[in-house]
Design a protein around this ligand. Structure first.
Ligand SMILES: [Zn+2]
Ligand SMILES: [Zn+2]
Length: 297
């Protein structure tokens, strides 16, 4: 279990303006472990049907992995597996109860980031399981998430960069007073949860850029895959209570095996410069069209 500390104030009471924007995010709290294919995981084995070929990538234009068109295709690597039992909030399309996220662990255009794919599955339909091939030897290990077990926790989020300008103007003075009285800042401590999560608001580093489905509907944020679970300045809120002891003496110059690394960078990811990949789906279309965004510092 992982527990995000409560805010020092009652957000609903203090900020009625924000109530329409409250969203539940499921912080996944990945931690290094040995998940099985029958468990929700990050970077763990997937419940992949033995009779379905493993997906490979050759890039958007072919030969996209460095050495020209003769370069063999690269196997996608498991990124996230979420069972409905653990995260029922996800928009599982009819009958599905497993979401799988994979990506190609090479930098791809347009943004120079891994290219994700999604699979929605029915657990009962999968008997024999296919083992994932080893990642391509030339892929960047920092783009291949290490196996982690998950500790889903629900938190209430409010928008930061996604907050409409007029609403920000309405709460700005109250936020300044709150910061002066408590040291807690709306944007860093009270709005959007850090780290890898399902639902809630995307953990944008840059300005929001929401995808729109071909049907015309705005897409819903499905999940954020983050390089780090939290960064400097996030200490008040986003480090779970259970992990605070392990964080003693944390610093980027600490020894390589200091316990904070497994808390702050559990899957060993580095997406660009401490970036994130944000996954979106259309919930108006039954086949759940999908898109993604990447940004970083
Ligand atoms: Zn690729
Ligand atoms: Zn649509």
């Amino acid at each position: 279990m992982r527990t995000t500390p409560e805010a020092p104030i009652d957000m609903r009471a203090e900020f009625p303006e924000l109530r329409p924007f409250a969203r539940i995010a499921v912080r996944l709290h990945p931690r290094p472990g040995a998940p099985t294919a029958a468990q929700s995981s990050m970077g763990g084995p997937l419940l992949w049907p033995a009779d379905e070929p493993w997906p490979f990538c050759d890039g958007p234009v072919g030969g996209d992995h460095g050495d020209g068109p003769a370069e063999p295709e690269a196997p996608l690597v498991p990124v996230l597996q979420l069972f409905r039992d653990d995260v029922p909030e996800l928009p599982f399309p009819g009958g599905a109860d497993v979401l799988q996220v994979l990506w190609c662990p090479f930098d791809h255009e347009p943004d120079g980031a891994p290219r994700p794919q999604l699979r929605w599955r029915r657990r009962a339909e999968i008997a024999d399981v296919l083992t994932a091939p080893r990642p391509d030897a030339e892929s960047d290990p920092r783009l291949v998430p290490g196996p982690c077990v998950l500790h889903p926790e629900r938190v209430t989020e409010y928008p930061s960069d996604d907050l409409p300008g007029p609403v920000w103007l309405a709460i700005e003075q109250k936020c300044a007073r709150l910061a002066a009285e408590t040291g807690w800042h709306y944007e860093t401590d009270l709005a959007v949860a850090s780290g890898t999560k399902a639902g809630g608001y995307p953990g944008w580093t840059q300005s929001p850029e929401w995808p729109v489905c071909a049907c015309g509907a705005g897409m819903r944020h499905l999940a954020t895959i983050a390089s780090w679970e939290f960064s400097r300045g996030d200490e008040k809120r986003w480090i779970p209570v259970e992990d605070r002891a392990a964080m003693d003496g944390w610093g980027f110059d600490a020894a390589g095996d200091h316990p904070w690394r497994a808390v702050q960078n559990p899957a060993g990811l580095m997406l660009g410069d401490v970036g994130g990949i944000y996954l979106f789906v259309c919930v108006d279309c039954p086949d759940r069209p999908f898109d993604y965004r990447f940004d970083c510092a």
